[in-house]
Write a protein that binds this ligand. Sequence first.
Ligand SMILES: *Cc1c(COP(=O)(O)O)cnc(C)c1O
Length: 383
Amino acid sequence: MHSLDRFAQDKLDELKRRNLHRSLTDTLREDGIWVERGGRRLLSFSCNDYLNLTQHPAIKQAAIAAIEEYGAGSGASRLVTGNHPLYAHLEARLAQFKRAEAACVFGSGYLANTGIIPVLIGEDGLVLLDELSHACIYAGAQLSRGRMMTFRHNDVNHARELLAAHRAEHDRALIVTDGIFSMDGDLAPLADLLALANEHDAWLMSDDAHGIGVVGGGRGSSFVGNAHMPVPLQMGTLSKATGSYGGYLCASAPVIELMRNRARTLIYSTGLPPASVAAAIAALDLIEREPGYAALPVQKAKAFTRRAGLPEAQSPIVPIVIGDEEAALAASQFLESEGYLVVAIRPPTVPAGTARLRLTFTAQHPDDDIGRLADIVRDKIVA
Ligand SMILES: *Cc1c(COP(=O)(O)O)cnc(C)c1O
């Protein structure tokens, strides 16, 4: 065997032995919540399509109209000829929605984080991350070549100790956290982190991938509890509740202009297809018009946790930590036999020893299925 294939096969064998092997499964998403896999129809509790907008007729229509008007692709980087007129519209909408001066749209959330952080932090800088931050935040911090430190999950005092000890050694410091944690569903203490950042002349960035469209009246994690926390760097994705694709940063006008000049993932990557941008605009319109609809995923998650006897959900994401990888896979298979798709999440997506079921609730999940699933989880999985 060629050494390349030998290498790949050895790695794969090792992953299989540790129950960490992953594979792609053809999944047909027929509407907002039902999927078809292997010829079976399952009710999905594993999509991040919190408002079921990927299948919304008005949003699909906006995408189709954009293809007809502007074409299937954008043809070049935004800085060359790929900046079709829909971008300016979307960026103005995002900035207004997040109460920021300006916004910049990237190719994806992953590209946003890996582009933004290296613009702000260089070799002499410090990036302080919540330990449970999303993988692409870690990737962005590594690309910055600055010093990366992590603080214990949601532990503002630990972050304070690290800043007190190390801030002075660095020219600039950035604190980054998920606004809503992608695999745990809890909220970051943004108000306290913002105060801490200001004490130490550090900059705070929140990743609102799971916040926009579902908390804070749809405006995201900086708007929870009717407050508005002026987080200076609000990053997020357009691919979850917004039902489309793309990433963004909302910030001050100079910060956004700097991104357009320096963010390598923006400069050296082709602009988004017009359809994605048009769909995101239509989705933001809908979210802003219907805050009651945007509140449904969290309400459904809370109804589930109440009935299943779990800690109250704070977002549409509910983790059920099992621990062992094989047991988590078995629990997922058991729920599939009951007609529910609940994908098991394993390391390295979550820390070792915390393999889990991760449930996501969407606006259109039927209440009786939520009740039935809660009963099964309470009696057969948590028990
Ligand atoms: C999904 C996710 C991303 C990546 O966004 P994409 O648009 O899917 O690339 C970034 N951060 C968090 C917290 C996420 O959950």
